[in-house]
Design a protein around this ligand. Sequence first.
Ligand code: SF4
Length: 215
Amino acid sequence: MSETAQHAPADWLDVLPCCVGEILIRRTEAGEFSLCHREDAEMESLRIEREAEAAAELARYDDSGRYRPLKTAPNLQHGWTLLLGRAEDARLALAYFYPGRAAAYQAWKKETLRITALRQTLARQTGMYRVAAGISDEEADALVGNFCKSDGGCLRTILWRRDAAGAVPSTLLPRVKFDPGFDQTGRGEAALPLLCQEACNLLVAEARKVVKTSE
Ligand code: SF4
């Protein structure tokens, strides 16, 4: 087990306050779970929400009202705080914000997270996405370097490799993009990672576009 995993809590809610992605999770004096955008931590005039389901709507659009297809993109909207009495509601809200990421984190901590190389993910595509496997290594390097970058792309920490031989996903990404101990927001704070154990559907769709364009 890596040193980072060894020292990480087993669950996002184990040690509060804590930061996950762009979210700060705290306990209020009344014992409630409080979630807000990390950049809003000191704001006093936040809109208060009290239902975990409100997170689904908050996660859907960015500050300018644009739809967020990638929930781990660094464009979570500001101006809200979610106050929830029960840990299960806090977990539900976090699942709306970052679908599947708490479970991936827990599996990573237990060393049971299954990691799939990009080439393997592309090879199992069917239908219109089958052609994505035809992307060259150079094209994949450029695509991943741009699409997955934390600054403006995605806040997940990449655990997969490009191929079974262990090639780096992109030479254009800094090493810290693969380090679960690094705060991908660039704020340099202690933060728990949003992990990427295999290429997402959006990256596969982009790979298909690259191949189609170069045909
Ligand atoms: S492949 Fe992973 S790191 Fe890249 S955009 Fe998709 S979820 Fe983010």
